[in-house]
Design a protein around this ligand. Sequence first.
Ligand code: AN7
Length: 352
Amino acid sequence: MSWPGVIKAYRPYLDVANVEPVTLQEGNTPLIPTPRLAHALGLPYCDLRIKYEGLNPTGSFKDRGMTAAITQALADGARSVICASTGNTAASAAAYAARAGLKCVVLIPQGKVAAGKLAGAIAYGAQVISIQGSFDDGLRLVREISMNSQIMLVNSINPYRLQGQKSAAFEICDELGNAPDWLCLPVGNAGNITAYWMGFTQYNAIGKAQNLPRLLGVQAAGAAPLVLGYPIEKPETIATAIRIGRPARGEEALIAAQDSKGRILSVTDDEILAAWKMLAEIEGIWVEPASAAGVAGLRKAATQNPHAYANKTIVCVLTGHGLKDPTTVMERAPVPLEIPAELDALQKAITG
Ligand code: AN7
């Protein structure tokens, strides 16, 4: 039987309308062992695995939450949906709204959305509005407009988003037979870390997992309100997906990190890019920069406190595909060598 998507796969555990789901058969993403990366991070005896969320239908983990939010919106009689987005939510909302026959409006921060995400939102037929401000400004606006109109908000303030996103925690436990010791993931608006913790605690409570993971949430240094303890008015980072200064679910993220005996830390853009390069060049897994933040955070935390990570089962969530953001690669790429179409020239050109 083919995979039916996360709602049908986990229906008893998800609080979402009991109707035929709007799905693109999201979820069921691979949990890939990465021993070479573990070695490179100085964690040779760890069982390090990558939850490769970039393989979802629109290229990010957002599809897990969007199937639930759009299914519920349709069941509740909505005709249109809206979100603010650093890009992935926009592409996902646009795709699922298209499939449901709903109008979709997305607000994006001007000039700060990776090319593949913007192209996706446009391709799926959303109305894209670029605002002269940040993601946080956009979120404020969509909250206001959805309070006073029929248009349904599908940012992760919408509780159904978290219901869907919990499914990733279930998949990890089902595959490992238990929760990992550590779960490392990037934190932006803080919906995903909140959803993972809900999923792990729920699975633990019903006896489907015997343990709970420690959460390692990772923010970019220029957009680290949860590490610094106050909102950031002008967040900046190369990891545009998590360029967020006022996370809507920040409180819940801090509680989740604390309850799990984990932590939230920040990494610099250079550290993010180093981890991003390692993933691609050592394991063949190309992600968008924000997705590498979890790995960069693990590297930093394990250097500071090796004992907490040695011999552990560690899952890093890679939230979005590299194809979302080709620009970050191309801006750093050397110009390819150009040669005449002759064997002699080719033999001379090949290095190493
Ligand atoms: C690749 O699309 O906020 O902490 O508007 O795209 O749940 O916000 C994206 C967030 C991590 C952070 N990795 O997750 C949006 C948006 C990627 C992301 C995050 C995002 P949250």
